[in-house]
Design a protein around this ligand. Structure first.
Ligand code: MLT
Length: 237
């Protein structure tokens, strides 16, 4: 069994993945939002690459909320932005969430190949994802969404913290590199505070989101993404 890592949403597009567990990470903030929204009662999340797709697809739902960001900010006419804190509300209970973000939902759309199971990870549900992977007997590909096609340390650190604990997988060099990064990190927030996307989100006033996304294990949830239905939902294992 092997574990490998793709470092950006763009890299995923170039490659075919098959017979694997695929773990998608966009810590700041798409996958943190997904976990938080489902923890607070959203029934399903439908991720899309473009704003137009969200608008069109949401017409089929009578209980939809339109969610997402461009440049970190809420999209005009949408109900919610991409701040996990916005989703800590009763108002989203049993609603269907139609979502588009710059990197996270694009990474999901870019996954190609057969016989894969796709899962959503963030610091908020990292131990649940880890316990699941420890019991699996399939190859694993971790997809870091990255930021606008560049390597992003926030996703890489989360990936490294997963890889570090998985002793039963053969690790590629990139997996070993991220494991080393995780080993040198004492505190998530401290490790990320000087990174580009962290500083950008801070500069637009989103410091509380950053604090929140850096917490470990706030929600013990396993979320699966099914390509056939383009939907994300909670799974009990
Ligand atoms: C993304 O998917 O690009 C991020 O979630 C962007 C953001 O932090 O809002």
């Amino acid at each position: 069994m092997k574990i490998d890592v793709f470092l950006t949403a763009e890299e995923v597009k170039q490659k075919e993945i098959s017979n694997s567990n695929v773990i998608v990470i966009d810590v700041l903030r798409a996958t943190s939002v997904m976990v938080t929204a489902i923890a607070h009662g959203v029934s399903k999340i439908y991720p899309y690459e473009s704003i137009e797709e969200v608008r069109e697809a949401s017409l089929t739902s009578s209980c939809c909320i339109l969610c997402g960001e461009r440049k970190g900010l809420k999209i005009e006419g949408f109900d919610y932005g991409n701040s996990p804190l916005e989703y800590q509300t009763e108002k989203i209970k049993n609603r269907e969430m139609f979502m588009t973000t710059t990197n996270g939902t694009r990474a999901l759309s870019n996954i190609k190949g057969k016989n894969n199971k796709i899962w959503i990870a963030s610091f908020l549900n990292i131990s649940t994802v880890l316990s699941f992977l420890e019991k699996e007997e399939k190859d694993c590909i971790i997809v870091c969404a990255g930021t606008e096609n560049h390597f992003s340390l926030d996703d890489a650190l989360c990936a490294g913290m997963i890889i570090e604990k998985l002793s039963n997988y053969e690790k590629t060099d990139i997996a070993l590199a991220l494991e080393q990064i995780a080993k040198t990190s004492i505190n998530v927030k401290e490790s990320l505070k000087n990174t580009k996307h962290y500083r950008y989100l801070k500069s637009i006033g989103l410091e509380k989101d950053l604090e929140f996304c850096c917490h470990l294990n706030t929600y013990p949830l396993l979320l699966e993404y099914k390509r056939e239905t383009n939907s994300i939902f909670a799974v009990t294992k």
